[in-house]
Structure formats: C-alpha cells, structure tokens
Design a protein around this ligand. Structure first.
Ligand code: ADP
Ligand code: ADP
Ligand code: ZN
Length: 220
C-alpha cells in the first residue's frame, strides 16, 4: 500500500506508523527522523535543517522534496511506503504527485489522524524518542518498559529539543496555516480517510486497520 499520514504534531503519526509499517511490511519514511539523523551526524543538510526545526518552522520545500525524491527511488519502496510528516505543504503534495506520476503509481490514501489542539501540548511535552530507530514514547501515556531505554532497540530515549511549550505552539500554528490545506487537497481527489486520534493507542491502530482493509477491498 502507498499511504500518507496527516495530522497535527503530536497526533500519533510516528506511533501508528511503526505498527502500520510492521503489519503491511512497508517502509516507514519520516522526514523528521531523516532530519534528526542528519542533525546528530552534523551533515550539511542537518546543519541547515536544524536552523529551521529548532524554531518550530518548516524546513524549506526544496530541501525536503529532494530528500523524498531520493528516498522513494530506493528499492524498498517498490511494493509500497508509508509517509509520515511528508507532505506538509500543498507544494510538497504537488511535488509528490509529480514523482508518483513519473513512476506511474498512485496513492491509496491520505489518512488523517484527528486530534484537537487541547490534547497536543501534554502529548508533546511528555514525549520521549529514540534517535536510533525513531520510536516514540510518552512518560505517562506510553512509557517504555525500562525507564529511559527504547523497547525496540535498547538505545537511550531523549526529549526532542523542539518539544518545548513555545515551539509546540508555533508548530501547531504552522500546521494550521500550511499543512491543513492538504486535507482539502486530498479530499478533492477522493483520497482522504480519517481516524479519531483521541482514542487510546491500540484502538487508534484497530480503527486504522479497518480503514485500510476497506480501501484494499475496494480496489479488488
Ligand atoms: P507525531 O508523530 O504525530 O508527532 P507521536 O507518535 O510522536 O506523534 O506521538 C506524540 C506523543 O503522544 C508521544 O509521546 C506518544 O507516545 C503519545 N501518543 C501517541 N498516540 C497517543 C494516543 N492515542 N493517546 C495518548 N498518547 C499518544
Ligand atoms: P512532529 O510529528 O512532532 O510534528 P516531525 O518529526 O514530523 O515532528 O518533524 C519535526 C520537524 O522537522 C518539523 O517541525 C519541521 O521543522 C521539520 N520537518 C519534518 N518534515 C518536514 C516537511 N515535510 N517539510 C518541512 N519541514 C519538515
Ligand atoms: Zn529504538
């Protein structure tokens, strides 16, 4: 399947992406994870991206689109992919469409994880992430088995530099201004599906599986 995850920061995209990617054996592609890896390795891309990310701003489209273009050319994407955090602007959505058209493939769905603004701050400030594998935890809502260590790979968990109250509010504003228009964009193409992201993590996943099963059946 070829899936895009939409939703505000803290909606649970990364959390659900890990489970979806396992179940459907498709690569989980997170532009945020790609940027964080480059930042920790101090690559030129990482140094440029950090300037924007630390302020809660988007990384410029040109850089981001080139990254996705490269990543989708990878062999592991031939049977499908799950995009988490891309596209974040209509311009990025258009660029994705051009890339997919060139390959003569199309999206199955843009899945919106709906979570109202008032849920987001608690989720973000309690978030802890594994920089090695991208797994996301929460100190209260989804703690790791061993305090401070990733369940999946055992690496240390850290708080992201951009998960502070001020930056989170900035990111939500930017989401509303620049990313929300993608909901209409995919709705107009009949590609939008929606899930209630305020349920507990396993229930969100069950709902997502039902939606994806229906989409798969419709195609056959
Ligand atoms: P996103 O990738 O959309 O920014 P994450 O998957 O990183 O979101 O989730 C943000 C935070 O909220 C994490 O700390 C995660 O453990 C927690 N979280 C995710 N889904 C839920 C949920 N359904 N209920 C409560 N907390 C959640
Ligand atoms: P979250 O799910 O918590 O919003 P991500 O890990 O997806 O965070 O992204 C972290 C930051 O990386 C974003 O706030 C933004 O600065 C940058 N970023 C990630 N994906 C994109 C994108 N597609 N376009 C521009 N900037 C991006
Ligand atoms: Zn890990």
């Amino acid at each position: 399947m070829r899936i895009i995850l939409l939703g505000p920061p803290g909606a649970g995209k990364g959390t659900q992406a890990k489970s979806i990617s396992n179940k459907f054996s498709i690569p989980h592609i997170s532009t945020g994870d790609i940027f964080r890896k480059n930042i920790s390795e101090k690559t030129p891309l990482g140094i440029e991206a950090k300037r924007h990310i630390d302020k809660g701003h988007l990384v410029p489209d040109k850089l981001t689109i080139d990254i996705i273009k490269d990543r989708l050319d990878n062999e592991d994407c031939v049977n499908g992919f799950l995009l988490d955090g891309y596209p974040r602007t209509v311009n990025q959505g258009e660029a994705l469409k051009t890339l997919l058209d060139e390959k003569d493939i199309h999206l199955d769905t843009a899945l919106l994880i709906k979570v109202p603004r008032e849920f987001i701050l608690d989720r973000m400030t309690g978030r802890r992430v594994c920089l090695a594998c991208g797994a996301s935890y929460h100190i209260a809502f989804n703690p790791s088995k061993v305090d401070g260590k990733c369940d999946l790979c055992g690496s240390d968990l850290v708080q992201r530099a951009d998960d502070t109250e001020v930056t989170v509010n900035e990111r939500i504003d930017i989401y509303e201004a620049q990313t929300q228009p993608l909901i209409k964009y995919y709705g107009d193409k009949n590609l939008l599906s929606e899930v209630d992201g305020t349920q507990e993590i396993n229930s969100v996943f069950d709902s997502i599986c039902s939606i994806l099963a229906e989409i798969k059946n419709d195609k056959h």
